[in-house]
Write a protein that binds this ligand. Structure first.
Ligand code: GDG
Length: 471
């Protein structure tokens, strides 16, 4: 019987180092939830890195532990992680794909490792793959993998989905290894992105750099056709609606009420990253405070920044800049009973996140670039009373769907400050009208729908190719 193999850089597991050795627990991330209906069925399996270095003598035990969770590990060394993951993926692809080209550090050692690790993933996939199987590869760490697998198994079905933006041709062509990367992706039968614009940018880069022909959204390579389309990813909206009623969340809301009383909260949640527009958001809040004394002691920003990559220079610098700006704003505006910016540099349990989504009047999501952005969708799903206002950057993929948010340009700090004022003054009726529309959309186009339409389209694409070949 044929099977489906999911491949991503990281396996969907949390690691627990206990006295008995490493223990793995399934993680509840959005992607893991959406794909659980796939990889837990039949003989299906998920291939990826378990997220930690594993000593040679532990390999056997770890492999069998993961096998019980339907997971198949790719073991990476410290060097692999430094060069392939931190290096090529996060110091070249991440900045270029998020339009921050000056942050890119081209280094042959990164490229060599990226090729080697993609090759390692290929070997791991080939250990489990058989002709007739379907393989779904995820994200920018594995751009070469579709091509490597295609060379080994020419007729197998391969889907590729990229979770981060695909940049315009003018940015993409800066990468020294642009042709190799494109040829790698084009090993897939179906290439998916969050938005129509990302798909369009990919089509443009592939046809111009590789001089290939395309018709509508189909690229003709020398031997095959590749379909390129957008599949906006959703969230597990039921989970966010249901958790609101759990006791732990209700308790957290009570604590927030006790701490903040009538102060209205503006919520901001991101991983530490220069693509997220955190400094510009703080500048906008600063301008808002300067120009609107009437909100003194009445509005606070609750800002969570989840630690990430902060040993890398640019990230450390960003963290220092955030510290300084938060300190500066609070020093200028705070009073004995009010802190304008409540800043947390750490992650929170889901029960606290949910309480914050419920308690905050406004959610401010203003990335400079974001493939989709799930935080804004989670905020909407959590607003079971249909109130609250979402302020959303037009540079987030989600802005193409959540058109009832207040849409802003994250470079325009004045516009963001005005949007805060508009949100604070929005009538209850208007809030309900907008939030109801957004909640309908989030619940209909949830993560299960996303998985279903991608898999169906992949099957359809393969059938179309087979019938073309048979002619
Ligand atoms: C990539 C693309 C695309 C955040 N803080 C805490 C916490 N989170 C969770 C959120 C949300 C997730 O992390 C962040 O998702 P995003 O979509 O915002 O961002 P990336 O991680 O950069 O993801 C992005 C996504 O892939 C999917 O395709 O949308 O554009 O960059 O789910 O809830 N979770 C907990 N505590 C926290 O403090 N528990």
């Amino acid at each position: 019987m044929s099977k489906t193999i999911i491949v991503s850089n990281r396996l969907p597991v949390k690691i627990d180092a206990t006295e008995q050795g490493i223990q793995f627990k399934p993680s509840e991330g959005g992607l893991a939830t959406g794909l659980s209906s796939v990889y837990k069925n039949g003989n299906n399996v998920w291939v990826g890195w378990p997220g930690t270095e594993v000593a040679d003598e532990q390999v056997k035990q770890v492999t069998s532990q993961l096998k019980e969770l339907r997971l198949s590990p790719v073991f990476l060394t410290k060097d692999d992680i430094n060069l392939y993951y931190e290096g090529f993926s996060n110091e070249i692809l991440w900045p270029i794909f998020h339009y921050m080209s000056t942050y890119a550090r081209y280094d042959d050692a990164y490229w060599n490792s990226y090729q080697q690790v993609n090759e390692k993933f290929k070997q791991a996939v080939l250990q489990v793959a058989e002709p007739g199987d379907t393989i779904w590869i995820h994200d920018y760490q594995l751009l070469l993998l579709p091509g490597l697998i295609r060379a080994a198994l020419p007729d197998i079905t391969i889907g590729f989905f990229q979770h981060i933006p695909f940049p315009s041709y003018e940015l993409f062509r800066l990468i020294p290894w642009r042709s190799e990367l494109l040829n790698g992706i084009l090993g897939a039968d179906l290439v998916g992105f969050h938005t129509y614009d990302d798909a369009r940018h990919f089509l443009s880069s592939a046809t111009r750099i590789l001089q290939l022909k395309s018709s509508s959204n189909v690229i003709s390579t020398h031997s095959r056709s590749v379909v390129v389309e957008s599949f906006p990813m959703g969230i597990d909206s039921d989970k966010f609606e249901e958790i609101v009623h759990e006791q732990a969340v209700r308790d957290n809301i009570t604590h927030l009420e006790e701490s903040f009383g009538n102060t209205r909260l503006i919520l901001s949640i991101d991983r530490l990253d220069y693509s997220k527009g955190i400094l510009q958001r703080l500048q906008a809040f600063d301008i808002f405070l300067q120009n609107h004394q009437e909100y003194k002691e009445k509005v606070s920003l609750y800002m969570i920044v989840v630690p990430s990559r902060d040993t890398v220079g640019q990230y450390k610098e960003l963290r220092d800049d955030i510290d300084k700006l938060v300190g500066n704003i609070n020093a200028r505006f705070r009073t004995n009973v009010w802190t304008p910016v409540n800043y947390f540099y750490r992650s929170f349990p889901l029960e606290m996140l949910s309480a914050l989504y419920c308690f905050s009047d406004i959610c401010l999501v203003t990335p400079m670039r974001d493939g989709m952005n799930l935080v804004c969708k989670e905020y909407v799903a959590s607003r079971t009373n249909n109130d609250g206002v979402l302020i959303l950057s037009e540079m987030a993929g989600a802005s193409k769907e959540l058109i009832d948010a207040l849409i802003v340009n994250p470079n325009n700090v004045r516009q963001m400050s005005d949007a805060i004022v508009e949100a604070l003054n929005m009538s209850a009726d208007e809030q309900v009208k907008r939030m109801t529309q957004m909640r309908l959309l989030i619940s209909k186009y949830n993560v299960h729908h996303w998985v279903k339409i991608f898999m169906e389209r992949l099957e359809e694409t393969k059938r179309m190719q087979q019938s073309l070949q048979a002619r």
